[in-house]
Design a protein around this ligand. Structure first.
Ligand code: PRP
Ligand code: GLN
Ligand code: MG
Length: 500
């Protein structure tokens, strides 16, 4: 997952882009970058690290201009080591384009080959985003005539991108001397929304992965970019949009609602916070069916993301709700850290137990999801070390059994704790006395309750159904051979640690 943002403003935008990236930091912790446009020239700065570490005053000063874009990266292609794969990307032809992307293409290797053989374009990294940019650039070149560019050529180029690419993409691009273009794949797997604000100098626009980036910077949320749609905002702030996909169909990623997005965001008509409350209610009903409620003394969340679900679950079951784990606010999200060894170490650095909440009690720990089991394994241990009697566990998401190929870095099935394990086996594996998972239909219901128009979901990591139709067993096998193996090699190189 990554966070993307683009602004067409009336005043210098470097600081607002920085501020919005801070609001999107939870979507990517590996690298950050900003590109701005001033007087026909682009300026760009990107580096490894968190937003606050990447940009120094001198870097900010080198980013002039009233429009620009930015990204925080969580790699799903290539690696976290290469700064060349950090975003934004830039190509000089045609016109000059800077580009940011959230998502993951499933056919990027084929496209890279095609770009080289047919389109005569060289791709210099292992990033699928560089491939996507070059496909867009090539189609823009094809659709435009001469040195001038008009809106219909841009819409035509986006339509061609939709035809050639497979996978998930929420994109913002800036074309020199033309303006900003934002588009979303025909399934709308990854989120993208539009906001505006009036200034004395005129209207300003912002496009971002999550609404919290808009509202947190003083913009008003206008609407989501529709699946398949492209929005153009020219340099004078005029906005136009067109549906560029043949059969767009909103199929958002369920994991955005479970874990990735901030609870204070609104995404495709659904409040993330409210969705998590609903998940807690459905999960409560499942807990009531599966565990003896009289045996549970207290419900506890695993900070941060599970809080709304855990709170609502406790309320619905009339059980005590306590905060037994304290989170170190200076440690980031562990799931999106690169490499298992660092993730494992960070759980202990991030969370510590308040002994008095555990002593002699039977506790029900609630997390939003269990993916590799890195967190749950250690948390159950910590609860026992703190003196808990019985430790039960509940997950607001169903078992994660299949790799994700649309922007979440879980390429290998065998790294998933629920792979080839029934819930009882997973409970044993994490050392819990009992484990209750959310049912997939209930997770889907949690969102549909809030937006009845949301009828389809990208649920592949739960049910193995891949919406783009090009992902089969052979594809997954190849993915685990390449990306999964590379990650394992890196983890053991770093620490000699085992891979659990
Ligand atoms: O089974 P795992 O592989 O450990 O993955 C799942 C855990 O990782 C995430 O937490 P994270 O620390 O990333 O972020 P949070 O503070 O938002 O909960 C998620 O909320 C779960 O706690
Ligand atoms: N998580 C993402 O959206 C990643 C974007 C892109 N695939 C990359 O690896 O940089
Ligand atoms: Mg968590």
């Amino acid at each position: 997952m990554c966070g993307v943002v683009g602004i067409v403003g009336r005043n210098p935008v470097n600081q607002t882009i920085y501020d919005s990236l801070l609001l999107l930091q939870h979507r990517g912790q590996d690298a950050a970058g900003i590109a701005t446009s001033y007087d026909q020239f682009f300026s760009m700065y990107k580096a490894h690290g968190l937003v606050r570490d990447v940009f120094r005053t001198r870097n900010m000063r080198s980013l002039p201009g009233n429009s620009g874009l930015g990204q925080v990266r969580y790699p799903t292609a290539g690696s976290s080591d290469s700064v060349d794969e950090a975003q934004p990307f830039y190509v000089n032809a045609p016109f000059g384009i800077t580009f940011v992307h959230n998502g993951n293409l499933t056919n990027w290797r084929e496209l890279r080959e095609e770009l080289f053989r047919i389109d005569r374009r060289h791709i210099n990294t292992n990033s699928d985003s560089e491939v996507l940019l070059n496909i867009f650039a090539h189609e823009l070149q094809r659709a435009s005539t001469g040195v001038s560019l008009d809106e219909s050529a841009v819409f035509e180029a986006v339509a061609a991108v939709h035809r050639r690419t497979r996978g998930a993409y929420a994109v913002i691009a800036q074309i020199a001397s033309f303006g900003m273009v934002a588009f979303r794949d025909p399934f709308g797997v990854r989120p993208l929304c539009l906001g505006t604000q009036e200034t004395e100098q005129g209207v300003e626009w912002m496009v971002a992965s999550e609404s919290v980036a808009l509202t947190g910077c003083g913009y008003t949320f206008v609407r989501d970019v529709q699946p398949g749609e492209a929005i153009i905002i020219d340099e004078d702030g005029n906005l136009s949009s067109r549906q560029c996909a043949e059969s767009p169909r909103l199929t958002p990623c369920l994991f955005e609602y479970v874990y990735f997005a901030r609870p204070d965001s609104l995404m495709d008509g659904v409040s993330i916070y409210d969705a998590r409350l609903h998940m807690g209610e459905y999960l409560a009903d499942n807990v009531a069916k599966s565990l003896r409620l009289g045996e549970i003394d207290v419900v506890m969340p695993i900070p941060d993301s599970s809080r709304p679900s855990a709170m609502q679950l406790a309320a619905r079951l009339n059980l005590n709700y306590r905060e037994g784990f304290i989170k170190n606010r200076y440690v980031g999200r562990t799931f999106i850290m690169p490499g298992q060894a660092v993730r494992k170490k960070s759980v202990r650095q991030k969370l510590s137990a308040i002994d008095m909440e555990f002593k002699g009690k039977n506790v029900l720990l609630v997390d939003d999801s269990i993916v590799r089991g890195t967190t749950s394994r250690q948390i159950v241990d910590m609860a026992r070390e703190a003196g808990a009697n019985k430790v039960f566990f509940a997950s607001a998401a169903p078992p994660v059994r299949f790799p994700n190929v649309y922007g979440i870095d879980m390429p290998t099935q065998s790294e998933l704790i629920a792979f080839e394990r029934e819930p009882n086996d997973v409970a044993r594996e994490i050392g819990a006395n009992g484990l209750v998972y959310q049912e997939l239909v209930d997770l889907q219901r949690s969102l549909r309750d809030l937006n009845p128009a949301m009828t389809q979901f990208e649920s592949s990591c739960f049910n193995g159904e891949y919406i783009t139709g090009d992902v089969d067993a052979a594809y997954l096998d190849r993915l685990s051979q390449t990306r999964g193996k590379a990650a394992l090699a890196q983890a053991s190189l770093n620490t000699g640690a085992d891979d659990r």
